[in-house]
Design a protein around this ligand. Structure first.
Ligand code: ADQ
Length: 476
């Protein structure tokens, strides 16, 4: 074990480190913090206590040396080319991701992917055990690391272990398809506390334990069958955004000017509709385009008066389902523009890029109607970011009932994206509702997000971890 000064009272383990490697013109390499809600939240808790972050740095090959950046100790975990393929693209994103998202596309099951998932989870657990101080709190993130809780407990029974699932936890009927379902549940039950986006996700987990492991459950706790008489609590602590930070950004004069510029560059429409997503089949982009195409064909909306801008971040481009999705979306956009666009006035503006936070804030401010139509989404931060940027109370949010966000943002224009007719009606309502009423809705959406920001989420999570059932024998 490293010397005492290199061990920490709070350890985050996540698939990715919150940094990217940048290479200067002279060829010098350095690390730059990548923006994101999780890292902002962690900064707020790490201000009061030193913390370490264990994660993959994004490349392949042996792990880089641990280093400190902006008050955080970063501990890279290395992945080989084969491990990226089998652990990350394979088991995480082609087995677990579809099963945990209602099997929108079929899941692939491969025993060698599972073997690599176990191997990589063990490496993460060893890294956590190395950097954690005696009695430290460990907070493990997401579906890529479901075996880490039990592996860490085996190595370091003195630690208090939490896990948070950023994506949905599926109903037992779907979860049961996984050939390794028992091992995954046992991996998670190594934690003291398990956090989920929605109560329904926590309940799905508890039910899976009862039905598949045949262990006793009571309310939101599961009894662990390992002779320790431990109980594990599973409950909902929905994630959020850095409301203050993002609102400040949106108010910057350069961002406001950029929002005007964006509207102008798409022809100053009366209604600019916007979609912003990772290019993922869970996000309902196809359904959104279909609804829009029908509205155009029926003459209910027409460019250049109404136009639609879809920003799609490149994602998981080596996984086949994502390659199919991309070509399908690009074909559809081409068809819609061919049928309904005019020279200089396309019906759909489509951007397949990643943008800096400032540009995202400008997109949100420029949009009259924000279309968030996932078929299934753990939370969907885009919905909360949109609301955060609308300090002017402008805009309208169309929100799928299948997102975690909808459970907090009921006042939004709700839609079931599978119901194309209903989706069209929701879009028209969002366009045509009087401004005063839309402002009232936006005010109440903003109140919710401002009072439940990501800093509060992190505090609530850690408080729940501290309050989780004591282990028999350790209670004072
Ligand atoms: P994601 O599936 O990635 O996250 P989401 O919650 O919408 O989905 O977060 C995406 C983030 O990427 C947002 O912060 C958004 O602003 C940003 N983004 C999107 N397109 C971008 C672009 N072109 N350029 C730059 N940034 C872009 C998973 C789960 C979600 C859950 C989050 C957090 O799938 O359900 O809400 O984790 O828990």
């Amino acid at each position: 074990m490293p010397p005492a000064q290199q061990r920490y009272d709070l350890v985050i383990a996540a698939n990715r480190l919150p940094v990217d490697k940048v290479v200067s013109e002279s060829g010098e390499e350095s690390w730059q913090r990548s923006p994101g809600g999780l890292v902002t939240a962690m900064e707020s808790v790490m201000r009061n206590q030193p913390g370490a972050w264990v994660g993959w740095a994004g490349g392949t090959g042996p792990a880089e040396e641990p280093f400190d950046l902006d008050g955080m100790h970063l501990h890279p975990v290395g992945l080989s080319v084969e491990e990226v393929r089998d652990f990350y693209e394979g088991f995480s994103n082609d087995t677990l991701w579809p099963i945990y998202h209602d099997v929108i596309v079929p899941a692939s099951f491969h025993r060698d992917w599972w073997a690599t998932y176990r191997q990589v989870n063990a490496r993460f657990a060893e890294a956590v055990a190395d950097v954690a101080a005696p009695g430290a709190r460990v907070w493990i993130q997401d579906y890529q690391l479901q075996l880490v809780p039990a592996l860490v407990r085996r190595l370091r029974p003195d630690l208090r272990i939490g896990w948070f699932n950023h994506i949905p936890f599926p109903p037992v009927e779907l979860f049961a398809q996984l050939p390794w379902r028992g091992q995954l549940l046992e991996g998670l039950l190594g934690a003291d506390f398990l956090g989920f986006q929605r109560q329904a996700d926590a309940q799905n987990f508890v039910r899976a334990c009862r039905q598949l492991l045949r262990v006793a459950t009571k309310g939101d706790t599961v009894a662990v069958d390992d002779g320790s008489r431990r109980r594990v609590r599973a409950s909902a602590i929905p994630i959020s955004v850095d409301f203050k930070g993002m609102e400040d950004l949106a108010q910057q004069p350069s961002v406001v000017a950029r929002a005007h510029e964006l509207r102008e560059s798409v022809g100053n429409p009366r209604v600019l509709m916007l979609g912003v997503d990772r290019l993922d089949y869970t996000k309902g982009i196809r359904h959104r385009l279909k609804a829009y195409e029908e509205l155009l064909a029926e003459g209910k909306v027409s460019p250049p008066e109404v136009t639609f801008l879809q920003v799609a971040t490149p994602s998981r481009e080596r996984v086949e389902a994502y390659q199919h999705l991309r070509s399908e979306i690009e074909q559809t956009v081409g068809r819609i523009n061919g049928d309904h666009g005019e020279i200089g006035a396309p019906a759909v503006h489509y951007l397949h890029h990643s943008y800096p936070r400032e540009e995202m804030a400008a997109f949100f401010q420029a949009a009259d109607v924000m279309l968030v139509t996932p078929l299934r989404d753990g939370m969907n931060l885009v919905a909360k970011e949109y609301v955060t940027c609308r300090y002017d109370l402008g805009g309208a949010l169309v929100l799928s009932e299948f997102t975690g966000a909808w459970h907090e943002l009921h006042q939004a224009f709700a839609c079931n994206p599978h119901d194309i007719e209903g989706l069209k009606q929701a879009i028209l309502r969002a366009i045509n509702t009087p401004t005063k009423e839309k402002q009232r809705i936006m005010r109440s959406l903003r109140r919710r997000v401002s009072q439940h920001d990501v800093q509060r989420w992190a505090k609530r999570y850690l408080a729940a971890l501290d309050a989780a059932p004591e282990r028999p024998g350790t209670a004072s």
